[in-house]
Design a protein around this ligand. Structure first.
Ligand code: FES
Length: 399
């Protein structure tokens, strides 16, 4: 196996990134139980300033990135968002704002329109006020509905995003009805991927196979009846599959994320992987990070693979699955993703699904809302570097 710190693929084998995700801040007014931000996000409290973000945008565009997502946390908590959108527009990016809607006033919508924002993705937690507000631990449902209306009045194309799990899967028809009533052009029904806070709350969130099959049938029925009025994406939950997802379309292949503190990442959750040092954009040029850094080269190509992936005829299809999931479930990011039934550790995933069916583990701990106090507590238990020590996250597939 290659050395995790020094392994490096030749730059000429590597295509440029297509998609830049600028995670402007980990701060967020919501407390979602499935948030994909790192559970120890309070360790990484520094944020790039406006000039540093503009430099990142310029470098990424020069590299070839064409799509840009402004994300977080809640990106509207940055009062320079409009400045960054305008800069991105001038550079020729197609820009998308991923937001909870909190803080998206008419004045800011006007300013974002003027700055040239192309697209808005608005998250809902459910079609009911009760569940939406429970899962985010806020009273935001009515506000989100007003924001959805304002987004359409300002003429933005809108993706409505709803993360699916045991609680809201039975409401899929109502969620689709809500998206249609709001005039969303796209609806992303993203079954929970179990990283970050969702991993901690997995016993609460993991659905039954029966729930999933019913939801998928509902989605298919709607697709037949609504035609092109609203495009519905259904991101499948891979614990229920026999082959792993082609995560991020490959490590360091198309996706470049920059965390609030400037750490560059090949996926949302990579900074939790041990043995990898992800460079910071304030210290290393983006081109060098993308093409030459050991961390971005660590899982490119096929040389890093162990058996059974190394000799598998399907390795070019799924690329061995998700590195973060392999680490979370087997303790080694270079193992086959155990979602694959060829993995010697696949039985572990089968057991997790069985336990969810039987609801055996829900009493392990109460559901944990994302908040600073919980993050600090979890950070205190976890190894790793913090900002103060000078350290340097839709990983799904659709049907
Ligand atoms: Fe990190 Fe899949 S989420 S490789």
């Amino acid at each position: 196996m290659n050395d995790p710190v020094t392994a490096s693929a030749p730059a000429h084998d590597v295509a440029p990134p297509l998609w830049l995700l600028a995670e402007l801040t980990y701060r967020c007014p919501l407390h979602c139980v499935f948030c994909y931000n790192p559970v120890d996000y309070t360790r990484h409290h520094r944020e790039l300033d406006t000039a540093q973000w503009i430099d990142v945008l310029r470098q990424a565009r020069e590299l070839g990135a064409a799509q840009l997502g402004f994300s977080g946390g809640e990106p509207l908590l940055r009062d320079d968002l409009e400045t960054l959108v305008a800069e991105a527009r001038a550079l020729g990016f197609y820009t998308n704002l991923l937001t909870s809607g909190v803080g998206l006033t008419d004045a800011r919508l006007d300013a974002l329109k003027q700055a040239g924002l192309d697209h808005i993705q608005l998250s809902f937690q459910d079609s009911t006020q009760e569940l939406n507000d429970f899962l985010s631990h806020t009273r935001t449902f009515d506000l989100k509905k007003r924001v959805a209306d304002s987004i359409k009045q300002h003429g933005f194309p809108m993706v409505l995003n709803c993360v699916l799990h045991r609680y809201n899967l039975p409401h899929v028809d109502k969620i689709i009805d809500m998206a249609l009533a709001m005039g969303a052009e796209y609806l992303e029904l993203a079954n929970t991927q179990y990283y970050g806070w969702a991993q901690i709350n997995r016993a609460h969130l993991l659905p039954t196979r029966e729930q999933l099959e019913a939801a998928e049938a509902t989605v298919e029925r709607y697709r037949q009846s609504i035609g092109s009025r609203c495009k519905i994406f259904f991101v499948v939950p891979d614990y229920f599959e026999r082959r792993p997802k082609r995560c991020m379309n490959g490590w360091g292949a198309v996706f470049l994320g920059v965390a609030p503190d400037g750490v560059a990442l090949p996926c949302h959750t990579a900074r939790s992987l041990p043995g990898l040092v992800f460079p910071n954009v304030t210290e290393v040029p983006l081109r060098e990070i993308w093409y030459d850094s050991p961390a971005f080269n660590r899982f490119r190509g096929f040389d890093w693979m162990k058996e059974p992936c190394r000799s598998c005829s399907e390795k070019t299809v799924d690329l061995g699955g998700c590195r973060c999931q392999a680490f979370l479930l087997t303790g080694d990011a270079a193992n086959a993703d155990p979602v694959c039934d060829k993995s010697p550790m696949h039985e572990q995933v089968v057991q997790i699904v069985r336990a969810a069916e039987a609801r055996e583990r829900e009493s392990e701990h109460p559901i944990l809302f994302r908040n600073d106090a919980s993050s600090r507590r979890l950070a205190a238990c976890a190894p790793g570097d913090a900002d103060d020590a000078g350290d340097g996250r839709e990983a799904g597939r659709e049907r």
